[in-house]
Design a protein around this ligand. Structure first.
Ligand code: HEC
Length: 201
């Protein structure tokens, strides 16, 4: 009898001790919305990223064009895989002022005062795309206009001055979407230096 009384008295005490520990476990999960909610918010981020990518012109340059019945259109079979590795472009045409740039039929190779740039493979392929990129790599590239935030400058016509204005949530959504699309193995060539530099040695 005495033992039972003791135990019933002890219970509130034990609960009082256990509550903060429980709260420490439960509160972060609640704040994050629990595991189901985070899976849902991942799906929402991917969906938002799909929307942003399809309205912010990424396909225009990163999905190679093919000739359709009404003119060039993005070849969605090669969605966002960048300049095709098997398309070796000839030297760019000599341009006369005020013309400064030319682009190849795929819209993935661009010649201008910066040399020739080739649009990157944005699919999650581990070797040739963004498969190994973290969200941080992606955000720092777009915000600083340098490869991974510290490498060489990202060349025109990649619209860094426009895209650096995306907020963190939008960049995270674009990244989440790009990591969710089918990986395509396509090794994009390194950019070529400007013609004047080549001729100058
Ligand atoms: C007008 C053409 C154009 C558009 C539009 C464009 N890009 Fe690019 N992008 C390029 C070119 C060209 C390069 C390669 C630049 C280089 O080699 O320095 C590039 C490179 C990149 C890179 C790789 C940078 C690196 O350091 O490796 C990423 C990531 C990227 N673009 C993401 C995007 C996203 C996301 C969008 C849409 C929101 C987009 N691009 C829209 C032309 C474009």
């Amino acid at each position: 009898m005495k033992r039972i009384t003791n135990r019933s008295r002890a219970r509130p005490m034990a609960l009082a001790l256990a509550l903060p520990a429980l709260a420490a476990i439960a509160l972060p999960a609640l704040a994050a919305g629990g595991p189901d909610a985070s899976a849902k918010s991942d799906a929402a981020a991917v969906e938002r990223g799909r929307y942003l990518v399809s309205t912010s012109a990424c396909h225009d340059c990163h999905t190679p064009w093919k000739m359709g019945p009404k003119g060039p259109e993005p070849d969605m079979g090669r969605m966002l895989s960048g300049h095709p590795q098997d398309f070796a472009v000839p030297p760019p045409p000599k341009l006369q002022a005020p013309w400064i740039a030319a682009f190849a039929e795929t819209n993935t190779a661009w010649a201008g005062p910066w040399g020739v740039s080739f649009t990157a493979n944005l699919t999650p392929d581990k070797d040739t795309g963004l498969g190994k990129w973290t969200l941080r790599n992606f955000t720092e590239t777009i915000r600083t206009g340098r490869h991974m935030g510290r490498g060489r400058p990202v060349l025109p016509p990649m619209p860094i001055p426009v895209y650096r204005n995306f907020n963190d949530a939008d960049l995270a959504a674009i990244y989440a979407y790009l990591q969710s699309i089918p990986p395509i193995a396509n090794r994009v060539p390194e950019p070529l230096p400007a013609a004047e530099k080549v001729a100058g040695h």
